[in-house]
Design a protein. Structure first.
Length: 329
């Protein structure tokens, strides 16, 4: 994996370029911060492996499964969580991350550590307020159902491609879940209508009257505008008052970088996710991740500065990684 980090120091037009070549099984890298006003952005992460047939795994029935590029990015995320879990100052621990990562290379701690912990913190927050449902859209190799004690009374709905579950389920078959119930739903967002996805969720036991945490981690940049709109419409239709949505994203300009992760291209970006989520009953906060979110190793948590949001005017024309949080009133 060849991550290339571009970072911009405030009040300076100079761009510094740092390229790190990570060997197989290497640890993830931490992007340097230039201070509180740093505008550091990741410009490219291009995998050199075969983008079509990334992994062959055995189903429990003995049938070979070809795991494509988009699905395989989930293994890379798990590899990053496994590396983080081995740190003495880890922001989270994932005892089964190695199982689902296989021999995948890490996605990188620069995104995986803050993104994972941000989602975990939202789950803990809403749990204190009585929420008992978690929906993971584009679940990939997420293992919160197996690692978070806070999900003891929750139902976890995981939605992703059938090929992802064909690989994931046998690997976790012998592992105990920590939630009350785990439900897997096979769906391809590019072909599912809003009505189809809604019906699948309801048929699987989702309670529209109960608050929920929706996590769309590492998803929106792989969806085009029309597919993103359908997914957003589905979530807003499902979300009861008190629900919260979180996802990462990229600015519209970032699409010009032609980023592909293990052959899976980024095709979705926007400068105005607040508008995309902007139905009357949602309050949306958009943050520039490099500016507003900092990993605090000393206290094993995140420091999130919401004093300046990433408005369209602030991010237009710039390469920005975004954290988007939308709350149902």
């Amino acid at each position: 994996m060849l991550p290339v980090a571009l970072w911009r120091r405030s009040n300076t037009s100079c761009l510094c370029v740092c390229a790190l070549l990570l060997a197989r099984h290497s640890t993830s890298f931490t992007v340097p911060r230039a201070g509180a006003r740093s505008q550091l952005q990741i410009a490219s992460m291009v995998m050199t492996a075969n983008p079509v047939a990334s992994l062959i795994a055995k189903k429990s029935g003995g049938k070979d499964v070809t795991q494509g590029s988009h699905s395989y990015t989930g293994n890379m995320c798990a590899a990053a969580r496994a590396i983080e879990s081995r740190r003495p100052d880890a922001l989270f621990t994932d005892p089964v991350a190695d199982l689902v990562a296989g021999d995948a290379r890490s996605m990188g701690d620069w995104i995986m550590v803050p993104r994972t912990r941000y989602g975990d913190d939202l789950i803990e927050e809403l749990g204190h307020k009585g929420a008992t449902q978690l929906v993971l859209l584009g679940a990939g190799m997420d293992t919160r159902a197996y690692r978070l004690k806070t999900l003891k009374n929750w139902t976890v709905f995981e939605v992703d491609l059938d090929e992802t579950f064909a690989v994931k389920e046998p690997l976790l078959a012998d592992q105990p879940i920590r939630c009350a119930k785990r439900v897997t739903i096979s769906a391809d967002f590019t072909t599912k209508s809003t009505g189809d996805l809604l019906q699948q969720m309801l048929d699987s036991g989702f309670d529209q009257s109960s608050p929920c945490v929706f996590l769309l981690e590492g998803l929106m940049m792989y969806l085009d505008a029309s597919t993103s709109a359908r997914v957003i419409h589905s979530v807003t239709a499902l979300a009861a008052p008190g629900s919260v949505v979180f996802h990462d994203a990229i600015s519209a300009t970032y699409l010009r970088e032609n980023i592909a992760v293990h052959g899976a291209p980024f095709i979705g970006g926007s400068d105005d996710y607040a508008e995309m989520w902007g139905v009357a009953n949602f309050d949306t906060t958009v943050l520039d991740m490099s500016y507003s979110v900092r990993v605090d190793r000393a206290n094993r948590g995140l420091i999130v500065d919401r004093s300046e949001t990433a408005t369209p005017a602030r991010i237009r024309g710039r390469n920005v990684v975004l954290f988007v949080e939308s709350r149902r009133k």
